[in-house]
Design a protein around this ligand. Structure first.
Ligand SMILES: [Cu+2]
Length: 130
C-alpha cells in the first residue's frame, strides 16, 4: 500500500480552492461577476450590493432552476421607475426558462431596486446600487 502522499495532495488541493474562493470574494467590487442564482421558485439570495455601472449576473440553472419573469416592482407587479435598467422596466419583464444563458443586467444609477418575479410571490432580490 502506498497511500502516504494522497492525504497531503488532497489538503493542498483544498487549500488552493479556499484561496481562489477568498480571491473571488475580494474581487467582488472589482468587476467580478455579481452572480445571483435562481431556484425553482425563488432567488438563492435576497440581497446584493453593487456599484453603479456594474451588472448583476442572473443565472437560472438547467438543473434546479425555474420559469421566472423578472422586473423591478412590488407584490408580483412591475413598477417602472427612474433608474430601472432596460429589460427590468417593462410589464413584460425579463423571462427566464431553466437552462437559459445567464444574463447581465447593468444598474447604471445608484439607488435601491426591488427585483421581483411576477410568477412567484415573495421572490424578491433587493439590489443596492452604490
Ligand atoms: Cu419566479
Amino acid at each position: 500500500m502506498n497511500w502516504g502522499k494522497r492525504p497531503a495532495g488532497r489538503i493542498a488541493a483544498a487549500a488552493v480552492v479556499a484561496a481562489l474562493t477568498a480571491l473571488g470574494a475580494l474581487a467582488g467590487c472589482g468587476g467580478a461577476p455579481n452572480q445571483v442564482q435562481m431556484g425553482v421558485a425563488d432567488f438563492q439570495q435576497h440581497s446584493i450590493t453593487i456599484h453603479a455601472g456594474q451588472a448583476v449576473h442572473f443565472v437560472d440553472p438547467g438543473n434546479g432552476g425555474g420559469v421566472h419573469i423578472l422586473c423591478v416592482g412590488h407584490n408580483l407587479k412591475c413598477v417602472p421607475g427612474p433608474g430601472v435598467p432596460p429589460g427590468l422596466d417593462t410589464q413584460a419583464g425579463l423571462a427566464f426558462n431553466p437552462g437559459d444563458p445567464a444574463r447581465d443586467v447593468v444598474f447604471a444609477t445608484a439607488g435601491t431596486y426591488e427585483v421581483i418575479c411576477t410568477i412567484h410571490p415573495g421572490m424578491v432580490l433587493m439590489v443596492t446600487v452604490q
